[in-house]
Design a protein. Structure first.
Length: 155
């Protein structure tokens, strides 16, 4: 869910140690939140296919090179939020009416995508609902959670 949410965020910052993963197939579900449409647009069809169909992870550096991440941070995780807030504050400081110009710019940048993203979300939601109703996802999600817990040492 975290990675697919980033596709709809205006500014994405990531620690260099981060990675991005979309384990849809491992969980026996399908893409959601318009990721079947937007992910290939953002990172390219081949890379999106590797992430969605094969469950491959994308490093922060790869995500930056492909346009998913706008800036890489070389700081301690605890300092990341402060650094991002400071960067944003400095960028807009002293610009009269920057907020309204920013909001209008965001609206214009999304103008051509609104309807197609809404359609993709609805189609994906129907597919996810069918997958969950089939009963196949519960076991897969439990298995994935077990694997993740044991890989990270949370026994």
């Amino acid at each position: 869910i975290g990675t697919t949410l980033l596709l709809h965020v205006d500014l994405v910052f990531a620690l260099r140690s981060a990675y991005f993963w979309i384990p849809f197939i491992r969980a026996c579900i399908v893409p959601e939140f318009a990721s079947s449409k937007v992910l290939p647009e953002v990172i390219g069809r081949a890379a999106a296919g590797r992430m969605v169909l094969l469950g491959q992870k994308l490093t922060a550096e790869e995500a930056f090179q492909r346009g998913l991440v706008g800036e890489l941070l070389d700081c301690e995780p605890k300092l990341a939020v402060t650094k991002v807030a400071q960067t944003l504050r400095e960028s807009l400081q002293g610009i009269p009416h920057a907020g309204s110009a920013l909001l209008e710019s965001k609206r214009l940048m999304r103008l051509d995508r609104v309807d197609s993203v809404k359609r993709a979300i609805l189609v994906e939601l129907e597919a996810v609902t069918r997958r969950i109703a089939s009963g196949k996802t519960g076991d897969a999600v439990a298995s994935l959670r077990y694997q993740l817990d044991h890989q990270s040492g949370h026994h």
